[in-house]
Design a protein around this ligand. Structure first.
Ligand code: GLA
Length: 390
């Protein structure tokens, strides 16, 4: 057995043991799905645009056993997550509360897609930080979707399973998000980002070459909480729809840089800035993927910086803590940095030469301390493979 195999079976055995202790039998299997960071392409997914996220080496693991009735029992290793139980025959989305909405939502959406899901017992554990903008929810949805697809023999493809996860999030959890997070979790491959065109859902892996370039991707979790289900995210989504309608196009993907002067004449000032973010961000994603293929990651720093400025000034989804994290990293060795994910808190990422990582990390911590802010978590992530059975 290789070293890699050993690290894969370790957590599976531990989780299967916890499952057996709780449910008094062995699970049928153990499945794992990663969180993600988005390298670039923010709020473009629900505008049929381009995104370039990658799956990270932080993941959610589920041990699952099918039952011969229609009862679902859900338990987790987290102290503050209550166990839950429901019946698949009587379940409706309004019954789902807290963390159980994610697995319940996936089962419900699979059934709506025509898959007959048996009752099941499930135990979950995760090292994806919750509320940090690293897609802990997509990781849970994708782990459950893959488990139930395997157990039922439904044989759904990875893109279909990502969409089941998105629908669970939209229709059961109640967050109006796009398809990016679940796609990264399902389609990720080691050392690569996922270049996803959210219009036709075509995707391809883009080698990141971080190690060869001597770069680390640092995550700075500001600990500022964000809630997609309410507020700003839905408001930005609505203004994109309004902008597209006013411009006479189906979605903002139909607009390019050449349309911006007329958009500025037609739209109110704020809607114009929202539209300009989406249009310029799509172009930055395409350019980033191109540069990764030619010059490598050392060439993409300015695009990350420009993306952050666009989110800060045009889309207005950053916050003082994210700006501080980005600025401190950028002035202390990072070649590029930006907030990542939905915004209004959560995490920033910084590409940093390995030799400068300690300096960048210390500078970020010192910047937060100097302003009397709670210390952020600063850690490196690696581009990892997507959801799998262990
Ligand atoms: C959240 C959503 C994604 C995407 C990003 C912003 O992570 O879940 O669908 O919209 O925000 O890019």
């Amino acid at each position: 057995m290789t070293t890699t195999d050993t690290t894969r079976t370790g957590p599976a055995d531990a989780l299967a043991g916890a499952f057996a202790g709780l449910f008094g039998r062995h699970p049928d299997g153990v499945w794992q799905a990663p969180g993600r960071v988005n390298l670039i392409g923010e709020h473009t997914d629900y505008n049929e645009g381009l995104v370039l996220p990658f799956a990270i080496n932080r993941s959610t693991t589920v041990a699952v056993a099918a039952r011969d009735d229609r009862t679902v029992r859900l338990a987790s290793g987290f102290p503050d997550a209550e166990p839950a139980e429901f019946d698949l025959d009587t379940f409706t989305p309004d019954q789902a509360a807290g963390w159980s909405a994610y697995p319940a939502g996936v089962a419900w959406e699979l059934e709506r897609a025509g898959v007959t899901v048996p009752g099941f017992d499930l135990f979950v554990s995760s090292d994806v930080p919750v509320g940090a903008g690293l897609s802990s929810s997509a990781a849970l949805e994708c782990a459950v979707a893959l488990a139930l697809s395997d157990l039922t023999g439904a044989g759904l493809g990875r893109a279909e399973l990502a969409d089941i996860g998105r629908r669970a999030e939209n229709n059961v959890v109640g967050a109006p998000t796009g398809i990016m997070d679940q796609s990264a979790s399902m389609l990720g491959t080691k050392d690569c980002a996922v270049y996803l065109d959210c219009r036709d859902l075509s995707s391809r892996p883009v080698p990141l070459g971080l190690e060869e370039a001597g770069l680390l991707c640092l995550v700075i979790d500001t600990k500022v909480s964000h809630a997609h289900a309410s507020g700003g995210y839905a408001e930005r989504r609505a203004s994109c729809v309004r902008g597209a309608r006013a411009m006479g196009v189906g979605t903002l993907r139909d607009l390019g840089a050449a349309d911006l002067p007329s958009a500025e004449r037609i739209l109110d000032e704020k809607t114009f800035r929202r539209v300009r973010h989406i249009v310029t961000e799509n172009a930055r994603v395409a350019r980033t993927a191109e540069l990764l293929g030619t010059l490598g990651p050392l060439a993409i720093g300015e695009l990350l910086d420009a993306s952050h400025r666009s989110m800060r000034d045009d889309f207005e989804i950053s916050c003082p803590e994210l700006n501080l994290a980005v600025d401190a990293a950028r002035t202390n060795g990072a070649i590029g940095a930006r907030m990542t994910g939905g915004g209004f808190g959560g995490s920033a990422i910084a590409l940093v030469p390995v030799n400068d990582a300690d300096r960048a990390r210390s500078a970020v911590l010192a910047g937060f301390a100097a302003r009397g802010l709670p210390a952020p978590d600063v850690f490196a992530v690696l581009p990892a493979e997507g959801a799998r059975r262990l």
